[in-house]
Design a protein around this ligand. Structure first.
Ligand SMILES: Nc1nc2c(c(=O)[nH]1)N[C@H]1C(S)=C(S)[C@@H](COP(=O)(O)OP(=O)(O)OC[C@H]3O[C@@H](n4cnc5c(=O)[nH]c(N)nc54)[C@H](O)[C@@H]3O)O[C@H]1N2
Ligand SMILES: Nc1nc2c(c(=O)[nH]1)N[C@H]1C(S)=C(S)[C@@H](COP(=O)(O)OP(=O)(O)OC[C@H]3O[C@@H](n4cnc5c(=O)[nH]c(N)nc54)[C@H](O)[C@@H]3O)O[C@H]1N2
Ligand code: SF4
Ligand SMILES: [Mo]
Length: 711
């Protein structure tokens, strides 16, 4: 007799943490709907939620270890795979030193409970390996600003959009991304609510986005010039005497405020107008509306993070919110109080930045990681410290890190590579062994990361929907097995320490979550959460400063030297006349890895070059023509889409495509390959301060295909 069941669960695919109601019959998903009783998402879901069913059922998803042999990929036992991986990594580290192993951790790491809690033991067991992650092609500048201003990289300001009167969105498209560094499901309703209570929402973006279409005003800005606008806005706040620090007055030394005023003085509205392409009146009106609103949020995301001046942009953005009295107050930027808290009161103010530099290019470490843009050269450049073996986990850097082709060349030169991943894709095809964990509906979930970035305090545990298949492994089991083997010969002599390590091999994600919840500020337990399958509402965000500040002196550091000095770089910027390339996201994509589902790739090709009609006309391009886009490192052929939603002088290609590479096992994605924009982006384009990749604002040329053929 078949059994029908209803399950409640948090979707882990993006940062929005939507509550789902999933109806199953035996081993089949019958439906996935929004859970109306989830206190955060209130019934909202997006089309990607069905991706959970698709990934669960995907015949291409890997479930058992694969080893590359002369006769192709062969399934091997878990024991054999763990032994070989540990042995190869150890042998290489013994021969060439600890740094000879590199590890890249991708985006789903933060969305998988087992990985977020257990990968670090494995990384620790690898000792001083070279570490990389998607952070440095994404949000590194946010962390850097938080670390230097508030004393902890995870004190990220979160927009309190449910109570604000004015919300400026600079370089974010939350109607598509569903919010980032802002867990806020149901953005559409929340934006309408701001408007209904008489508030205003403004987007600043080189493209009139899906979010722009929902808001009150859209302002076009030339890529990579936001820093000039931020400086001018701060200057105007000082000029007009709109400075109001509210309760933070006691937490910010007056000299620092005066110094910020002095620093920003040269950056006038007229200069900003020249650089950004926004007229001066629009800028001064924006300054006034923002600074004089009862409450307001200046929010910036990927569009001002993965650019040449990402670091100082995020610093200035925080400054602007602070001096207008919009930091740590209702309706402004706030700091969540999560039940599972990783900020806590750890040794305050540890600046984990620039303590060492990358071997080849001398770029700074952040939190123990080197910038992902240095990965290829660290593998390809011989000498002491060269990377000889790579581990990738939850990542597809061939498509997501600039200069994918160079990285391919690098991965091919390795002595050994292992990928912990659920697909044989553009990256994992280079591995010698692939270790695929159970995932999605087969794993329990507690969102360790995104509860800490949410616009409301809630807590929710999701039990499994389906038992994992017999003989498969959870991600935490994979990490523990590898860790055990790496540590076998080097357990500490100290009995207590040794027992501690041996004990850790028996931990599960649930045990850890339960313990951390119990010691947290709400004294919750896993049992409490299991009794509330829709989640527990812990209320709106509260003011947390100065208590929550992690700086040693419990003040906010408004003008850290690091950022002040980087302003000098603004003197050397050149204005480029050519086309500038930016990215874009789509509701039915999830970076590079969900194109193997028919429902997500059907319909018109979305991997297109978006171009303004005047730019198309100048080049004699017609709708859907195939064009060649050329950069300093390569070229791709792609259909052109002509629309005035993009600024003149700017073109856009989404990332995460380019599934034509041979030897992958992604039947549907291969049939909808597209091209990889990261085959065009030079890995030397970075924010020189943070080492973060600058994937937006890349100079390119565009030709009609036939013209190139005639060359
Ligand atoms: N040009 C350009 N480049 C970009 C961006 C851009 O906007 N433009 N965006 C950047 C950003 S913001 C990010 S976050 C990065 C993302 O960069 P990555 O994290 O490197 O790429 P993803 O496409 O997220 O790849 C996820 C990988 O995890 C695997 N995976 C999925 N679920 C699981 C699981 O449960 N367990 C394991 N072990 N593996 C799993 C998938 O098969 C896939 O291989 O890309 C960056 N690159
Ligand atoms: N559906 C879907 N959702 C996703 C993802 C996905 O791939 N698909 N990826 C997830 C990930 S990993 C992340 S990090 C988040 C990202 O979340 P968001 O940052 O909200 O998403 P993006 O679409 O990358 O938005 C960046 C915006 O910046 C604009 N932009 C580009 N250059 C500039 C510039 O120089 N200045 C300004 N002001 N704007 C600029 C772009 O036009 C774009 O609208 O989305 C997450 N959610
Ligand atoms: S918005 Fe994000 S969390 Fe919500 S259903 Fe879509 S993918 Fe899942
Ligand atoms: Mo991201």
């Amino acid at each position: 007799m078949s059994v029908t069941k209803t399950h409640y669960r948090t979707c882990h695919l993006c940062e929005a943490m939507c509550g789902l109601e999933i109806v199953t019959q035996d081993k089949e998903v019958l439906s996935i709907r929004g859970d109306k009783e989830d206190p955060l998402s209130r019934g909202h879901i997006c089309p990607k939620a069905y991706g959970l069913k698709d990934v669960y059922e995907d015949p291409d998803r890997l479930k058992f270890p694969l080893k590359k042999t002369e006769d192709g990929w062969q399934q091997i036992s878990w024991e054999a795979a763990f032994d070989e991986v540990a042995d190869k990594l150890q042998t290489i580290q013994k021969k060439y030193g600890k740094q000879a192993v590199g590890i890249y951790q991708g985006n789903p790491s933060t969305h998988n409970l087992g990985t977020i809690l257990f990968a670090r033991n494995f990384v620790r067991a690898l000792g001083k390996a070279n570490r990389f992650s998607a952070t440095s092609v994404d949000q590194l500048p946010h962390h850097l600003a938080a670390m230097y201003m508030f004393g902890h990289d995870f004190l990220l300001p979160i927009p309190d959009i449910d109570r604000t009167d004015c919300w400026v969105i600079m370089g974010g498209n939350p109607m598509v991304s569903n919010g980032s560094i802002m867990t806020a499901p149901d953005l559409g309703k929340r934006i309408r609510a701001i408007q209904k209570r008489g508030g205003k929402v403004i987007t600043i973006d080189p493209r009139r986005t899906e979010t722009s279409d929902k808001v009150d005003q859209h302002i076009f800005i030339k890529p990579s010039t936001d820093v000039w606008l931020l400086l001018a806005l701060i200057r105007e706040v000082f000029e007009q005497n709109w400075v109001d620090l509210k309760h933070l007055e006691k937490s910010i030394p007056a000299e620092e405020v005066a110094f910020l005023k002095k620093l920003t003085n040269p950056y006038t509205i007229n200069l900003a107008a020249q650089k950004t392409g926004i007229d001066a009146i629009t800028i001064s009106t924006l300054a006034k509306e923002f600074a004089t609103a009862k409450s307001a949020i200046f929010y910036g995301r990927l569009g001002i993070s993965v650019v040449e001046f990402g670091g100082i942009s995020h610093w200035l953005l925080n400054c602007l919110n602070i001096i207008t009295g919009n930091m740590d107050v209702a309706g402004g930027m706030m700091f969540p109080s999560p039940a599972f808290d990783t900020v806590g009161n750890r040794a305050a103010e540890k600046m984990r930045f620039g303590r060492w530099k990358s071997r080849v290019r001398g770029l700074p470490e952040f939190n123990g990681e080197l910038p992902a843009v240095t990965m290829a050269e660290e593998i390809l450049t011989s000498g002491e410290g060269q990377i000889k073996a790579m581990v990738t986990s939850c990542g597809n850097p061939i498509l997501s890190v600039p200069n994918g082709k160079k990285l391919e060349e690098a991965f091919e030169q390795l002595d050994f590579m292992v990928s912990i991943d659920i697909y044989l894709n553009e990256t994992t095809r280079h591995a010698d062994i692939i270790l695929p964990p159970a995932t999605g509906l087969e794993v329990p979930h507690y969102d360790v990361v995104f509860h800490q970035l949410a616009i409301r305090n809630t807590s929710k545990y999701s039990p499994i929907v389906f038992e994992k298949e017999a003989g498969t492994k959870y991600d935490y089991e994979i990490y523990t097995e590898l860790t055990k083997r790496l540590q076998a010969d080097s357990l500490p002599k100290d009995e207590k320490q040794r027992q501690g390590i041996l004990f850790s091999y028996h931990l599960t994600p649930e045990i850890i979550v339960d313990n951390v919840l119990k010691t947290g500020q709400y004294s919750l337990s896993l049992k409490d959460l299991k009794a509330k399958p829709h989640g527990i509402d812990l209320g709106p965000l509260q003011s947390r400063f100065p208590d929550r500040l992690q700086t040693r002196d419990k003040t906010i550091h408004l003008t850290p030297d690091l950022f002040v000095q980087d302003l000098e770089r603004l003197q050397d910027t050149q204005v480029t006349d050519g086309l500038l390339l930016i990215g874009r996201r789509h509701l039915r994509s999830n970076n590079s890895w969900m194109h193997n589902s028919q429902r997500f790739v059907k319909g018109r090709n979305r991997c297109t070059l978006l171009m303004h009609p005047n730019d198309a006309q100048q080049r004699g391009l017609e709708k859907n023509a195939i064009v060649v886009v050329q950069s300093n490192i390569g070229k791709v052929e792609i259909p052109v889409e002509i629309s005035d939603e993009i600024m003149e002088g700017v073109v856009s290609i989404p990332h995460g495509w380019g599934h034509h590479r041979k030897g992958t096992r992604l039947a549907i994605a291969e049939a909808h390959a597209g091209v990889s924009v990261n085959d065009l982006i030079d890995e030397s384009l970075i924010d020189a301060l943070s080492g973060n990749a600058a994937v937006n604002g890349v100079p390119v040329k565009v030709f009609a295909k036939k013209i190139v053929e005639n060359y």
